[in-house]
Design a binder for this molecule. Structure first.
Ligand code: ZN
Length: 251
């Protein structure tokens, strides 16, 4: 963070110096600058979920009065590249890009070798982090002919953050993924967006929170993209751009 703040300060000074003959000197950088915005990133699933079935099958509140399994193992490509590894790698890449832009990033898990956390805990993590936005990163496992991304948000909304800001965040991410060359899902949702009542991580959220299903890992073309570092970097660039676009819209 300190390096980021320094870089931003340098950029601001360079901009001021380029202004010809200012009437008044540019204000000196202040040490009381506003704290950086916080973004929560939630890489889906975890590397040891499959090894601990009892732990991840434990029922937790689903956020709408029911119960849901703590977590699931996630999907994989036909070649065996797992969703948890994809999600964790993309989250790391998004984090690096956001931090370079001056954002403080909090992750729901900091490695890919553990179990959980449960979906209710993931859903509350944005509030606990004081996040201005939260993004769960996943990839889907659908019929091989299906393809495209979709961005899910809680619907019907349960609180003000879900009612408007989460939809704005979903739309910003949808637009950024489109701009990054990715196609809307052709098998779920509409226009790349998917309102959902059944995702506990979204139901528990009291900060603007969405879940991105980047691709269908069972589709051969999309499996090739998610399995490549360059493909994951493209997803990360789009997600980071969408988050930054959303943050800039905040008052
Ligand atoms: Zn998933």
């Amino acid at each position: 963070m300190l390096a980021v703040a320094a870089a931003l300060t340098t950029a601001a000074c360079a901009g001021a110096a380029a202004t010809p003959a200012p009437r008044t000197p540019a204000p000196a950088p202040t040490s009381a600058a506003a704290p950086p915005p916080v973004v929560l990133l939630d890489p889906g699933h975890n590397g040891r979920n499959a090894a601990e079935p009892a732990a991840i099958r434990r029922l937790v509140p689903d956020g709408r009065g029911g119960e849901k399994a703590c977590n699931t193992t996630g999907t994989a490509t036909d070649a065996g590249y797992p969703e948890h590894a994809f999600a964790f790698d993309v989250a790391q890449r998004v984090a690096a890009r956001l931090e370079a832009a001056g954002v403080r990033v909090v992750l729901t898990r900091t490695d890919d070798d553990g179990v959980g956390p449960c979906v209710d805990e993931r859903g509350r993590a944005g509030e606990e982090a004081g996040a201005a936005a939260a993004v769960s990163i996943h990839a889907d496992g659908a019929a091989p002919t299906a393809s495209g991304f979709h961005v899910a948000y809680a619907d019907p909304p349960l609180n003000p953050a879900q009612a408007g800001p989460a939809v704005e965040l979903a739309t910003a991410l949808r637009d950024a993924l489109r701009a990054g060359g990715f196609r809307d899902s052709d098998y779920i949702g509409r226009d790349g967006l998917s309102p959902r009542a059944d995702l506990a991580g979204l139901n528990h959220a009291t900060r603007p929170t969405v879940l991105v299903e980047c691709a269908n890992m069972r589709n051969p073309d999309e499996a090739a993209v998610v399995s490549s570092a360059s493909g994951r970097d493209r997803y990360a660039a789009a997600i980071a751009a969408g988050v930054l676009g959303f943050l800039e819209r905040e008052p």
